[in-house]
Design a protein around this ligand. Structure first.
Ligand code: TYD
Length: 211
């Protein structure tokens, strides 16, 4: 028995965080055991790697190696055990973010990312890779996301990037979504928070995961 694995993606400022918590609450109220986690991060080691990735200047490949190292630890110690117990894992970002940020944003070779993905996400004794069952893509124009972020808390290394960077990141997400339309649910993140929530809830209900 394997639990459900749901990831949440989008450029900085697209507004995914409140919805993750709200979905966790809704699922718990209907009996799901929910593990709410994030990438990079989710374990003590991966959180240390996150702190480095979000603050230190480094070359793009180093950045990619660190986010995949964090992912490996997270998968081994949190995600796989939770799924094996039949729990629902909600993850704030996963590998699509590496394709979007390191691939699209920074220009890391997508073949290199695909190789790391195959190493890190291999499921033992299976030909499969660990991928989410569903990925919510909060899609918002980079200009609008930048306007939302302006004046919020102090920006981290990524949030401080110019709009052109986020245009490339957004294209990275669009490419990933086009390659795997079954897994991706695109949400129009320009709507009001309640409208986005209603759309998200509709997707989860159609899957039969919530009444
Ligand atoms: P984010 O998820 O936006 O958290 P917060 O809401 O606390 O800012 O921040 C994580 C950042 O890490 C985000 O800017 C995207 C980046 N990131 C990558 O560059 N590559 C990755 O593989 C992942 C998972 C995240």
């Amino acid at each position: 028995m394997s639990g459900l694995f749901v990831s949440f993606e989008g450029i900085d400022g697209a507004g995914k965080s409140t919805h993750i918590e709200r979905l966790a609450e809704a699922l718990r109220s209907q009996g799901h055991v929910v593990t709410l986690t994030r990438e990079p991060g989710g374990t003590p080691l991966a959180e240390q790697l996150r702190a480095l990735v979000l603050t230190e200047k480094m070359d793009a490949l180093t950045e990619a190696l660190l986010v995949f190292a964090a992912r490996r630890d997270h998968l081994q110690t949190v995600i796989e055990p939770a799924l094996a117990r039949g729990e629902t894992v909600l993850c704030d970002r996963y590998t699509d973010a590496s394709y979007a940020y390191q691939g699209g944003g920074r220009g890391v070779d997508l073949e290199v990312l695909a190789t790391l993905e195959r190493w890190v996400q291999a499921i033992p004794a299976s030909a499969r890779l660990r991928q989410p069952d569903l990925t919510f893509w909060f899609d918002l124009a980079p200009e609008q996301a930048a306007a939302r972020l302006a004046g919020a808390r102090a920006p981290d290394k990524f949030e401080a990037e110019p709009v052109a960077f986020f245009r490339r990141v957004a294209q990275g997400y669009a490419r990933r979504a086009a390659q795997d339309p079954q897994r991706f649910a695109r949400l129009d993140a320009a709507q009001t928070r309640d409208a986005v929530w209603a759309e998200l809830l509709g997707v989860v209900r159609r899957k039969g995961w919530l009444a």
